[in-house]
Design a protein around this ligand. Structure first.
Ligand SMILES: [Zn+2]
Length: 334
């Protein structure tokens, strides 16, 4: 993928190209995106620019052998690590992600802006709890100790690093503290608050611009979320249920899902405000206002309910039932 194929995030693209042009590529970069917000595409466009053998005008060529391999996710010096459901023993040095690389490539080619849930669905992990295990960290250590096969950078793209358990996170931290030369870590997360602060502080952080504004225009242009939140905060169940009816009348299942994702992002910001992490919540005055009127449990519980609502939309459950359940679930937790 070339930078030109991305939409938005021009300041990050400029900064990334500048790092490569000046030869000052940090050894660890963290892309903080909204779930499905394009952090992965940005990471791949950056790697393509870094490895391209004939870049020009601030972009990769898109046709050289390196660009070609990267666009198919098969470059031998770029490894991928993501949460999986384990089958082997934890002492193994075989990367647990390896077994899922084929499915991963298929998904990434079809939909490079996949969400965490879409990744798990592609692997058949619904209802399970994937992790990034110590075996993955061991395999990475081993692979990084071997020099890059093509003489350039060795890169590791870690998707959803917040799914590392503590031993894995500590191993990664060690790698970040003493990185082998010409090694580059790219971490893509939508929940940086769940990572060890010592890991976050060792990464060059980029906030990938939120697609929230356009999502709101598409899925919530009549301000249904604000009406719903006002009704809930006023403890007015009838008013809240009538917003639920409006939601059930959204024109398609896609727009119903879009609304749920939009609501989830807003509530994640509410949660961040409540945790005192205002710097991660994008200066959202509306979310900040809700944060002060809601108990801390509400946003956490509602995020779970929204997640299940999206899954049920995919299973073709009647929208009227779904949104009534959603409103009731939110009301109970208010
Ligand atoms: Zn190229």
């Amino acid at each position: 993928m070339r930078f030109a194929e991305l939409s938005g995030n021009e300041p990050i693209v400029k900064a990334m190209a500048g790092m490569v042009d000046s030869g000052k590529v940090p050894h660890a970069i963290m892309l903080h995106e909204n779930n499905g917000g394009g952090g992965f595409s940005l990471a791949m466009a950056f790697l393509q620019y870094l490895y391209c053998s004939s870049r020009s005008d601030g972009d990769s060529c898109g046709v050289c052998p390196n660009c070609n391999k990267i666009s198919k996710f098969i470059h031998p010096d770029i490894r991928f690590a993501f949460p999986v459901v384990l089958s082997g023993s934890s002492g193994s040095t075989v990367s647990p992600s390896e077994a899922f690389l084929g499915d991963f490539r298929t998904l990434a080619l079809e939909n490079p802006r996949f969400t965490e849930q879409e990744l798990y669905a592609a692997f058949g992990f619904e209802g399970k709890k994937p992790v990034i295990s110590v075996a993955e960290a061991n395999a990475l250590l081993l692979s990084l100790s071997i020099y890059s096969l093509e003489g350039g950078y060795s890169s590791v793209v870690i998707l959803f690093p917040e799914k590392m358990n503590l031993p894995t996170a500590n191993k990664l931290l060690k790698m970040l503290e003493e990185p082998p030369a010409k090694t580059l870590f790219l971490l893509i997360t939508h929940e940086p608050e769940k990572l060890l602060p010592t890991i976050v502080s060792r990464c060059q952080m980029f906030r990938v611009a939120s697609p929230l504004v356009s999502a709101a225009a598409t899925y919530d242009d009549s301000g249904m979320l604000a009406s719903l939140m006002d009704a809930l905060i006023a403890r007015d169940l009838m008013a809240a249920l009538s917003v639920g009816e409006e939601l059930a009348a959204l024109p398609s299942r896609e727009s119903a899902k879009g609304f749920c994702r939009y609501a989830a992002e807003k509530l994640r910001r509410v949660f961040l405000y409540q945790q005192g992490l205002a710097q991660l919540s994008e200066d959202d005055a509306e979310a900040s206002g809700w944060a002060s009127s809601l108990n801390p449990r509400f946003s956490r519980m509602t995020l779970g309910i929204l997640d299940r609502t999206v899954q049920r939309i995919d299973r073709n459950v009647n929208l009227k039932i779904l949104f009534t359940d959603l409103v009731n679930g939110m009301y109970i937790n208010i």
